[in-house]
Design a protein around this ligand. Structure first.
Ligand SMILES: CC(C)(COP(=O)(O)OP(=O)(O)OC[C@H]1O[C@@H](n2cnc3c(N)ncnc32)[C@H](O)[C@@H]1OP(=O)(O)O)[C@@H](O)C(=O)NCCC(=O)NCCS
Length: 182
């Protein structure tokens, strides 16, 4: 399918509405507490218009928003946050296309590396079974996650597992960090 990835701005109300709708459905499984309703999803999209951020939307030839990626920029290191593809459109390479797009923007912007975080808020990965404060090295070495967890997406798009932050998303809910050198 033909598509393009373009800047998203605060006046793109139609796209913002479409993105908020699929954002809500996207995060219900792995991070249900983070975006509990449509209003919080709209607020999340609006955060991406802050001056230190980038916001990119993937639209098809009919003008339908299929995916969205945001980035928090900094001098050396950019963070991809968040990324989502409409559930009915997942598995078609759009997520990879959005990552490739934002990686290129980071490179042009002079960053030397880019990172992305996901989390385990449902006990899905091996990190939830270990005291990460006591055993971070062995937790990283023996890390396991279900095949359909977003950690697989980051591995497949060229990112390396570089760290885990205990309790980043609340007690017992670690943040899982991936990075790529540009
Ligand atoms: C993660 C997400 C953005 C990926 O988008 P997508 O368009 O489905 O990804 P792609 O089709 O470009 O897939 C690229 C590769 O990653 C794999 N992949 C994608 N999503 C995956 C997932 N959730 N679990 C496991 N593997 C995944 C694909 O199988 C593909 O690998 P392959 O080339 O070996 O087939 C999308 O699934 C999504 O929006 N998920 C819900 C929100 C989310 O979890 N965001 C990331 C939070 S950190």
């Amino acid at each position: 399918m033909k598509y393009e990835i373009v800047n998203l701005g605060k006046n793109d109300e139609n796209y913002i509405h479409q993105i908020a709708q699929f954002l809500y459905r996207c995060f219900q499984k792995n991070a249900p507490e983070w975006l509990p309703d449509l209003e919080s999803c709209k607020q999340e999209v609006h955060k991406s218009f802050q001056s230190n951020r980038r916001s990119r939307v993937l639209i098809d030839s009919d003008g339908v928003a299929l995916g969205w990626v945001g980035a928090i920029t900094d001098e050396n290191l950019w963070e991809i946050h968040p990324i989502a593809v409409a559930p009915s459109q997942q598995g078609n390479g759009y997520g990879l296309a959005l990552v490739t797009d934002i990686v290129e923007l980071a490179r042009i912007g002079g960053a030397v590396a880019i990172w992305a975080g996901t989390s385990d808020e449902t006990g899905a990965t091996s990190f939830s079974a270990i005291d990460l404060i006591k055993n971070p090295a062995s937790a990283l070495e023996n890390f396991r996650a279900p095949r359909d967890h977003p950690v697989s997406f980051w591995s497949k798009t060229g990112f390396s597992l570089v760290g885990v932050m205990p309790d980043e998303e609340g007690l017992g809910n670690p943040g899982i960090h991936f990075a790529m050198r540009l």
